[in-house]
Design a protein around this ligand. Structure first.
Ligand code: HEC
Length: 182
């Protein structure tokens, strides 16, 4: 009957060691974390344009997120967003698109970079679904950030909503259908 406490003690010891190792990894400014892990470490942003942008930089969306399926980079867009667009989806948004989920889940983020004809960045427009944020309009939080860093629109962007509401049946999303039927 000695074996059990000994075994438990050993287990605890191991757990402690791995816990403290983990803490060291997390705390260190020295060690680079793998991308996927780094993304999990960053909590979703508050509803403020600056917070959303800082979040996007922290997760390094251009390196770590998926492009809109079948769109690639610098594809042709329509008014008013610009002639050339690159659209990134976080994993929640990507799964909704590929899984034809019908709508985007809370936590979904769509980032669309809008470029001028000569491929210089003009602005970045963002849709971020936040639980209970704007129930009348599917809880989207809207941001427009100009290339110079100015946040031009943040919140319940009236202009954004007015136009995107044409796609209400598709969760306010234009770029592709979120359901098999559409
Ligand atoms: C006059 C209509 C119109 C207005 C106003 C508008 N959009 Fe859009 N938006 C579109 C269209 C059309 C697309 C599809 C992409 C394309 O082909 O240009 C789009 C695409 C997007 C996307 C990619 C997801 C999707 O719906 O396909 C985001 C993100 C976005 N817009 C954000 C915004 C934000 C933020 C604003 C306000 C600052 C805004 N939009 C204002 C028409 C509009």
């Amino acid at each position: 009957m000695l074996a059990r406490p000994l075994f438990t003690g050993l287990l605890c010891g191991l757990a402690l060691v791995s816990w403290s190792c983990q803490r060291q990894e997390e705390g260190g400014e020295t060690g680079e974390m793998p991308a996927a892990e780094a993304m999990q470490e960053v909590a979703l942003p508050e509803t403020a344009g600056v917070a959303v942008w800082e979040y996007l930089e922290a997760v390094d969306y251009t390196a770590n997120w998926e492009l809109w399926p079948d769109k690639g980079e610098l594809y042709e867009g329509q008014e008013p967003h610009g002639v050339l667009l690159t659209t990134y989806l976080n994993s929640a948004a990507y799964e909704a698109v590929t899984g034809m989920a019908g709508s985007m889940p809370v936590g979904a983020i769509i980032v669309k970079e809008n470029y001028m004809p000569d491929s210089t960045l003009a602005a970045i427009t963002i849709m971020y679904k936040v639980d209970g944020y704007d129930p009348d309009n599917n809880d989207w939080y809207w941001v427009k950030r100009l290339a110079d860093g100015t946040i031009e629109v943040e919140g319940m962007g009236a202009g954004c909503i007015a136009c995107h509401a044409a796609q209400r049946d598709n969760d306010f999303v234009f770029t592709g259908s979120l359901s098999a039927e559409m």
